[in-house]
Design a binder for this molecule. Structure first.
Ligand code: NAP
Length: 316
């Protein structure tokens, strides 16, 4: 792969970066100040045949247009909302992602967030650390997780893994997708408002597309209601964030646990003081084991491309 010029958009993983540097000709985009990046890309365009991006910085239309020799975008993520897929199709540029290897970790986090929210694990941790237990007495009662009805938006790889875990907690599962998954035994709703009205915990696990941007809007939040909670392990823009903040502030929604946000790394400050909110910084796939496996998949896809072999996880 020594001849392959690879543009790495973001310092996403030390192992991936060192392997790319060892095996290819690596261009590190973030080392150039933002105002000079276009110039950096222009001056190296003749050598760049691949882009490795992630969920923060992928391959937008301008970057693709500036790279006439681009052959492949290999994303260090399963979600491809930061890659202009139409443009890639138009130009015959191949696109790969990292499905499956991260599924179990993201599903673990979805369950962890739900339990942390309902049982107030983060709040009670702070209660103990602050010394409040000794001065104020026992913490008030919380809400049970086992047996709660789980509604999943997007019953794909991650959605199914969340469902399997929740089943083990005795939770009835229902879901909303564009198509019914007949062999799952889970209850299908063809209307998201109906799903939200009929579940306690609504978990977002679909890809971010034009159709799913703000799929969780004011109506969905109100359908979920003061006894319902929202868990988002999909992408931030799935949720209309100002509406979410308003619903929590006004007590129209029972709580929220979020891994992803509309404008990462910025999180609405109003959420910081709310006890019925759990906030983590987009860590769904962020374990050593999974990130190594994702890196290997990126490298294997690039290698297959260079050797003219079938790509391991092609999307385009
Ligand atoms: P997947 O296997 O492709 O599953 C996606 C599911 O979403 C499919 O079942 C699909 O079913 C459904 N879907 C697609 N469009 C929809 C729509 N318009 N309305 C409702 N449902 C829709 O993908 P995955 O591997 O489970 O990953 C899902 C997403 O999780 C990724 O795209 C990524 O954005 C996110 N993710 C987040 C993290 C994190 O760190 N928080 C990590 C990994 C992934 P139908 O075709 O029947 O609609």
């Amino acid at each position: 792969m020594e001849s392959l010029g690879v543009l790495l958009t973001f310092p996403m993983n030390a192992y991936l970066e060192s392997e790319l540097a060892r095996r290819c000709k690596l261009f590190r985009l973030w080392e150039t100040p933002p105002e000079r990046r276009q110039e950096f890309i222009r001056s190296n365009a003749a050598a760049i045949r691949a882009i490795v991006g992630n969920s923060h910085a992928g391959a937008d239309a301008d970057t693709i247009d500036a790279l006439p020799k681009l052959e492949i975008v290999s994303s260090f993520s399963v979600g491809l909302d930061k890659v202009d897929l139409d443009k890639c199709r138009e130009r015959g540029i191949r696109v790969t992602n990292t499905p499956d290897v991260l599924t179990e970790d993201v599903a673990d986090l979805a369950i962890g967030l739900t339990i942390a929210l309902l049982r107030r694990i983060c709040v009670t941790d702070r209660f103990v650390r602050s010394g409040a237990w000794a001065t104020q007495g026992d913490y008030r009662l919380t809400t049970r997780f086992n047996g709660k009805t789980i509604g999943i938006i997007g019953l794909g790889r991650i959605g199914m893994s969340v469902a399997k875990r929740a089943e083990a907690f005795g939770c009835p599962i229902s879901y909303y997708s564009r198509s019914e998954k007949p062999n799952t035994g889970y209850k299908y709703y063809s209307n998201l408002l109906d799903l939200a009205s009929n579940c306690h915990v609504l978990i977002v696990a679909c890809p971010l597309t034009d159709e799913t941007r703000h799929i969780v809007n004011r109506d969905v939040l109100d359908a979920l209601g003061p006894k319902g909670v929202l868990v988002n392990i999909g992408r931030g823009p799935h949720v209309d964030e100002p509406e979410l903040v308003a619903a929590l502030r006004e007590g129209r929604l029972g709580g929220a646990a979020l891994d992803v946000y509309e404008h990462e790394p910025h999180v609405p400050e109003e959420l910081f003081g709310m006890d019925n909110v759990v906030l983590v910084p987009h860590i769904g796939s962020a374990t050593n084991e999974t990130r190594d496996a994702m890196a290997d998949l990126v490298l294997q896809n690039l290698e297959a491309h260079v050797m003219n072999k079938p790509l391991l996880t092609p999307v385009v």
